[in-house]
Design a binder for this molecule. Structure first.
Ligand SMILES: Cc1ncc(COP(=O)(O)O)c(C=O)c1O
Length: 373
């Protein structure tokens, strides 16, 4: 059985008839930079999320950087992120030199989201250290963070909220799609994401007109009018070819997310009687989890991974090295996040994509059960 961790070529099969004439038209017109497909995608994505504005950008890391840079904050500025996330959530604070940021890692909860009780406790003790503060909840693995509590905490401690929605396109909480709940949101459109381009791409969403105008300018050298510069910006525009791809894929996103949910349910059912495996939990406060990743926890994780590789079952560890153990963030080693550390040793992401077959899932679970017996 040739099991794939993700299957992007099946997505291409489903969009190529619609993408090809749009690419033909683009190459004829040659408006590669700032072409009309960008505006079309931005409008469609904003509408999909139920948000006023969307701004296409170069990738998810830049989406986070531009969003951070758009806030009017003063130094020192606390930036709080969950301890268990991809390094790209942490890196952008190192890209902006005008502000002194203080990066804080808060431990995660059983849903792998930022632990809101610890977040509140940390702010109670430390908020007075900074003039400004930004909270970055990451809707990790496609499961929304506890936005009700995060909104309350942000209000109480006067913090901005930047959602990192890179793994949760279409996920819902508070009866809204993620991306429109905090002040601003960054989405990666990396190929393997639930909504992914054919290369690097990203998008920012916000309901705030001022932030919208600023990120739009910042992505284009800091200019909203040619050769006039309001800010020190970057060249972080969305590529027109990528805009066409994600605009076509967006039409399939809900269906593909529902297919992921079906696959997750099948995994859950088959693992039901197995006490060795901890399957992903769904928090009572969410409306829709979109299973970007289906991560299980198991004690002998590394041995299990080797065993599955031998049986042609691809798996990935998201993420094997906690942020504070990576070279760029060694100075954060004093953050002793017990759960994040424990989970980094136990988590294993199983194949998950809309086109995974029942037989494939049965085979994967059977192999895991044989290993854990
Ligand atoms: C949670 C999270 N944040 C940020 C990023 C960065 O996105 P990109 O790779 O598009 O720069 C990713 C994905 O790679 C991610 O998963």
């Amino acid at each position: 059985m040739d099991i794939m961790f993700n299957n992007l070529s099946k997505q291409w099969d489903m969009i190529k008839e619609d993408v090809t004439p749009r690419l033909e038209a683009l190459f004829k017109k040659s408006d590669f930079i700032g072409g009309k497909a960008i505006g079309e995608f931005e409008e469609n994505f904003a509408q999909y999320c139920g948000i006023k504005y969307a701004v296409g950008v170069s990738n998810g890391t830049d989406a986070l950087k531009l969003s951070l840079a758009a806030f009017e904050v003063e130094s020192p500025c606390g930036v709080i992120i969950p301890a268990n996330t991809f390094i790209a959530t942490a890196l952008p604070v190192t890209y902006i030199s005008d502000i002194t940021y203080d990066l804080i890692l808060v431990d995660c909860d059983e849903y792998y989201q930022i632990d809101v009780e610890l977040l509140e406790l940390y702010l109670k003790k430390n908020r007075n250290k900074w003039k400004s503060c930004i909270i970055i909840p990451v809707h990790l693995y496609g499961h929304p963070s506890n936005m009700k509590r995060i909104l309350e905490i942000a209000e109480e401690f006067n913090c901005f909220i930047l959602e990192d929605s890179s793994q949760a396109h279409g996920a819902m909480v508070l009866n809204k799609k993620v991306g429109g709940i905090g002040d601003i949101s960054a989405f990666s459109l990396y190929p393997g994401k639930n909504l992914g381009a054919a290369g690097d791409a990203g998008v920012i969403t916000t309901n705030n007109e001022k932030l919208y105008k600023k990120v739009k300018s910042l992505r284009n050298y800091g200019s909203s009018e040619k050769y006039h510069y309001d800010f020190k910006g970057w060249n972080n525009r969305l590529d027109t070819i990528q805009a066409i791809i994600v605009d076509e894929k967006l039409k399939h996103l809900d269906k593909w997310n529902d297919m992921r949910i079906e696959k997750a349910k099948k995994y859950d059912d088959l693992f039901k009687d197995n006490n060795e495996i901890i399957t992903p939990k769904t928090a009572p406060y969410i409306n829709k989890q979109v299973y970007h990743i289906y991560a299980i926890r198991v004690e002998e994780r590394d041995k299990l991974q080797t065993y599955l590789t031998k049986h042609n079952i691809p798996t990935i560890i998201h993420y094997p090295i906690p942020i504070e153990k990576t070279k760029p963030f060694k100075h954060l080693e004093h953050f002793d996040n017990k759960k994040a550390k424990q989970y980094a040793n136990e988590l294993l992401s199983l194949p998950m994509h809309p086109f995974l077959t029942e037989e494939e899932i049965e085979y994967i679970v059977e192999r895991i059960k044989t290993f854990t017996k």
